[in-house]
Design a protein around this ligand. Structure first.
Ligand code: DGL
Length: 258
């Protein structure tokens, strides 16, 4: 029997990808794993991150018997996809900033990439921009503070609009920017607050739908959903449990220590 699709992120951001996956694969069993003990990833050194990401994903694949891994984290994917594919014997789908559709959608030719500090500074990200948006002005904005706000929101706490406004200030002050790539999976969870703070209409682009379509292509044998679907955390966090349950993960367990 086929195993579930395993979705991995540092924290709750991957749930924005789960939303798209559930639309494309309503009958498929899913497991979720987040490395909440070490979140946020976006401010950590690359060498350490590669080892950590491979170790946590390997442990989660073992724990869940997954047969497809979706790395629902731009910070992890722009760094560690090759290592994951070398180390794990299952299809691995990555998440990288959606520069190409954003370049196609922008009327002004001025885009912004909103992501973690790590993602905005990665050579992988610059290669995406050079390949798919050479004719555009692309403003890179690091917004690590929004990761924490998305975590708070999922745990039932209020989003601090001043933090959101401060993070978006470089976009607010640049009126030609009409399209913004949400290059961190946490950010689509904050969409109502991003819209509330922006003084003009923006086309927000995330990778969720493209990842779900790619997952459908690579899946070996879709398994039917059975009983409780499980979320695996690297640190106990009861405050996240109601939010995880809203995305279909009714059981929450701790991953064996990595
Ligand atoms: N959700 C992750 C991403 O897509 C990053 C969050 C973090 O910094 O841990 O990049």
């Amino acid at each position: 029997m086929a195993g579930p699709v395993l979705v991995f992120d540092s924290g709750v951001g991957g749930l924005s990808v789960v939303r798209s996956l559930r639309q494309h694969l309503p009958e498929t069993a899913m497991a979720y794993c987040c490395d909440n003990a070490m979140m946020p990833y976006g401010i950590r050194p690359d060498d350490w991150l590669v080892q950590r990401i491979v170790a946590v994903c390997a442990a989660a694949v073992d724990a869940t018997s997954a047969d497809t891994l979706v790395v629902a984290c731009n910070t992890a994917s722009t760094l560690a996809l090759n290592e994951l594919r070398e180390r794990l014997a299952l299809p691995v789908v990555g998440t990288v900033p959606a520069i190409k559709p954003a370049a196609l959608a922008s009327r002004s030719g001025c885009l912004a990439l909103l992501a973690t500090s790590a993602t905005v500074s990665r050579p992988y990200t610059q290669r995406l921009i050079d390949s798919y948006a050479p004719h555009c002005r692309v403003k890179k904005v690091a917004a690590d503070a929004l990761v924490t706000q998305a975590e708070h929101q999922l745990a039932g706490r209020a989003v601090d609009l001043e933090v959101v406004r401060h993070a978006l200030a470089p976009l607010i002050d640049d009126p030609l920017v009409d399209t913004v790539v949400l290059g961190c999976t946490h950010f689509p969870l904050l969409l109502p607050w991003l819209d509330e703070v922006m003084p003009r209409a923006i086309t927000w682009i995330d990778s969720g739908d493209a990842i779900a379509r790619r997952t459908v292509q690579v899946m070996q044998q879709p398994d039917a959903r059975q009983g409780a679907q499980c979320a695996w955390l690297t640190a106990s966090s009861p405050a996240l449990e109601p939010g995880l349950s809203r995305f279909g993960f009714d059981a929450v367990r701790q991953l064996p220590k990595v």
